[in-house]
Design a protein around this ligand. Structure first.
Ligand SMILES: C[S@@+](CC[C@H](N)C(=O)[O-])C[C@H]1O[C@@H](n2cnc3c(N)ncnc32)[C@H](O)[C@@H]1O
Length: 312
């Protein structure tokens, strides 16, 4: 398969809106390259030790947003639409930078390696450390390390929607819960839940490639006795009932899935949903309330919203 990498030149202020345009256009992943994200190495900083000291010297002056798309017949018209949305963005907001768009062709192997260049260990929540499988790193004694190779699946942990789920899971898992992870992607949330003390996690994805990647990651993290991975459309072939359901999927799916999901959550159980573009958050909140959930918390990061709700 051939992949096309789009590179947009912008500013720190422009990086999130540009990244959101690319994700909403169907990018397999985005990566922001911004010098401002790198802590000053001369000052003591908890995470500097996990960043390559040479990184800063090699970084470009512009903020670059990289995004990867499968090369197919629709790509030229998609790139045109992205150009139009970037033009609208520069018109609507100041300080977005040049918004120049470069394209680079990359084959499957090169795509994997490109990702790897930017993917470094980082903390999501207080104790959850996301570590690419190939990166050496000495964790702190109380760290819970999720080793991930996302491959072609979504779920490196760098996306806001995943980050919000991980930190909320860290707050709500007390130990022994039965959990269903709908749209598991790389398996990152399922593995995190298992490390946090869940009794069992059922991880489901519609995409067979994601199921394969998730199963490999589950095995790599030695939680295969706690996590079962299976292919399926939402909970179509599932009869399990859980204490917590987590779903990092798009708004439309959450809206239509909230009511039927109820019968899979025990009374008093929790539904954690993410992947909601904030402009649609009120619509999702209404769907949750209409289905009978009580919203316990609403979190926003960048342009994204997550809800923690309870089945009463
Ligand atoms: C945004 S990714 C989330 C991946 C991971 N859980 C995370 O938080 O990073 C959404 C995942 O949902 C899966 N998905 C989309 N529609 C689905 C459906 N109807 N049933 C099951 N999985 C679905 C996609 O294949 C994708 O892997």
């Amino acid at each position: 398969m051939e992949w096309i990498e789009l590179i947009i030149h912008t500013t720190t202020a422009g990086s999130e809106p540009v990244s959101d345009i690319l994700m909403e256009s169907g990018a397999s992943g985005t990566m922001i390259e911004d010098k401002a994200d790198i802590p000053d190495p001369s000052k003591p900083h908890g995470i500097w030790e996990i960043i390559d000291p040479k990184l800063l010297e090699t970084m470009p002056e512009d903020v670059l947003v990289h995004a990867w798309f499968e090369n197919n017949a629709q790509l030229p018209s998609l790139v045109e639409k992205i150009r139009n949305r970037l033009a609208e963005l520069s018109f609507a907001k100041d300080e977005m930078g040049s918004l120049l768009l470069d394209t680079v062709s990359v084959n499957d192997e090169a795509w994997k390696d490109t990702w790897k260049k930017y993917y470094k260990p980082f903390y999501a929540g207080k104790h959850l450390l996301i570590k690419p499988t190939w990166e050496p790193f000495d964790p702190r004694p109380d760290d819970l390390v999720i080793e991930i190779d996302p491959g072609m699946a979504f779920g490196s942990g760098t996306h806001e929607t995943t980050g919000m789920c991980l930190s909320l899971l860290e707050e709500i898992i007390k130990g022994g819960e039965e959990i269903i992870d709908v749209g598991t992607g790389s398996g990152i949330l399922a593995i995190g839940a298992a490390l946090l003390g869940a009794g069992h996690v059922l991880a489901i994805d519609i995409d067979p490639d994601a199921v394969k990647v998730a199963a490999e990651n589950v095995q790599h993290n030695h939680v295969d006795h706690l996590v079962s991975v299976q292919q399926g459309n939402l909970l179509d072939r599932v009869s399990d009932v859980c204490d917590i359901c987590v779903a990092n999927i798009i708004s439309d799916v959450i809206i239509s899935f909230a009511a039927p999901l109820m019968s899979h959550i025990r009374p008093g159980g929790l539904f954690l949903c993410s992947g909601i573009v904030s402009v649609r958050a009120d619509e999702v909140a209404q769907a949750l309330k209409d289905a009978g959930y009580e919203i316990l918390c609403r979190e926003t990061k960048g342009e994204w919203t997550a809800f923690l709700s309870r089945r009463n």
